[in-house]
Design a protein around this ligand. Structure first.
Ligand SMILES: *Cc1c(COP(=O)(O)O)cnc(C)c1O
Length: 231
């Protein structure tokens, strides 16, 4: 099933890219494997999938072997508590859900202990939903960026957002457009920092996200099937 799902998703990505005159090379698919077993991750890997996303530190620790297959790229995409940073920095290739200065600073500290700079994305809350993480104003974001310029242990790659769930296309599109506008603003204000990555779009809205400029779509359900939250 995973192979067929993957093919369908890739075709839809291609269609959305064509529709918006974008190059496929600028768009990556992240396979969101949370609550799915490692065997399914390997299955996707053997189809050629390399980028994976997980949202919990404990699940990453429990599920992945310390030696992962060649080229497998694993990112944390869920809310991260400062007290778990030490555990995760050695286990992932990127943290895509940085939502506070305290967290960015802590990641930098712990990455430097390992002698590396952790690739990160800053999460922005474009949906206005209060239960979601992420920065809620550009002022807040700029305050963090002012400091990030000097943090040696993090390597900023761009921005991430979760669109409003269960809303109409127009509302979702507006949220994605907002992140694109913030990217343009950030590039202008911080020419020395990198804002290349725009991680937006999930199973239900990745085509819209691509039309609005997404460079990474995070797809779980459409690839691996429904998640069993009772486990
Ligand atoms: C679970 C999750 C996804 C994938 O959601 P689907 O709707 O299953 O594609 C994407 N991004 C984040 C941050 C997630 O937690």
């Amino acid at each position: 099933m995973i192979r067929e799902n993957l093919m369908m998703i890739l075709e839809e990505i291609e269609t959305a890219a064509k529709k918006s005159g974008r190059s496929l090379c600028d768009i990556s698919l992240m396979a969101v494997s949370k609550l799915h077993p490692y065997e399914e991750i390997l299955e996707a890997y053997h189809c050629g999938q390399r980028l994976f996303g997980e949202n919990k530190v404990q699940e990453v620790q429990a599920k992945f072997p310390s030696l992962r297959p060649e080229g497998m790229d694993l990112h944390l995409i869920g809310h991260l508590q400062t007290n778990k940073v030490k555990k995760i920095v050695g286990l992932v290739d990127g943290i895509d859900s940085v939502d506070s200065l305290k967290l960015a600073t802590k990641i930098s500290e712990e990455a430097l202990v390992l002698g590396k700079a952790m690739p990160i994305l800053l999460e922005f809350n474009t949906s206005g939903e209060e239960n979601k993480s992420g920065f809620t104003s550009t002022e807040e974001l700029f305050r963090v960026l002012d400091v990030i310029e000097g943090l040696k242990g993090v390597s900023l790659q761009g921005l991430m957002t979760i669109g409003p769930l269960g809303k109409n296309d127009d509302t979702i599109r507006k949220a994605f457009r907002q992140l694109k506008e913030i990217q343009i603003l950030c590039r202008y204000r911080y020419p020395s920092l990198c804002f290349e990555t725009l991680s937006m779009g999930m199973s239900s809205d990745f085509a819209l996200a691509i039309e609005e400029g997404s460079t990474v779509v995070r797809v779980g359900t459409r690839l691996f099937g429904q998640r069993d939250y009772t486990k």
